[in-house]
Design a protein. Structure first.
Length: 139
């Protein structure tokens, strides 16, 4: 929701207030539809899932729209791969959370997150050098 607030501010400051009304109408309809499906199945968890899904869809649209219409750069790519890495990390934590010691689980999650960013090409050579300096720091 925080990111969507920033996106709304960007729409307003760039003179594109009409897009907020359209996105809000779509989000309301989408959320109500998801609630009708998910609440009977999962109760309050279904409502939470509907809200998260709606906010995520609005965020992805907002990043895409702003990148295409205002920035004309690759902001979508800069945000998309870390979001995918975070999503995969959440799945990992949910799946292995009850089977692995928490210290080991969280330690491995750091390497999994960085590994996904490395495989997707999101980390560049400058980032890798910075990580090496941090890890090999001597006092």
């Amino acid at each position: 929701m925080f990111v969507n607030t920033l996106l709304s501010s960007t729409y307003i400051s760039s003179g594109n207030q009409k897009i907020i009304a359209k996105v809000s109408a779509f989000a309301a309809l989408f959320n109500v539809g998801l609630n009708l499906i998910l609440i009977p199945l999962f109760a309050s968890v279904g409502a939470a899932l509907a809200t998260v899904a709606t906010e995520f869809i609005v965020m992805i649209f907002g990043i895409y729209w702003i990148t295409k219409n205002i920035l004309h750069r690759y902001l979508f790519n800069e945000i998309f791969f870390p979001l995918i890495a975070a999503f995969l990390l959440v799945i990992y934590l949910l799946f292995f959370g009850t089977y692995i010691n928490l210290l080991l689980l969280y330690s491995l999650s750091i390497f999994i997150f960085l590994g996904i960013l490395h495989v997707t090409g999101w980390l560049n050579s400058e980032d890798k050098q910075l990580f090496r300096k941090v890890i090999l720091y001597k006092r």
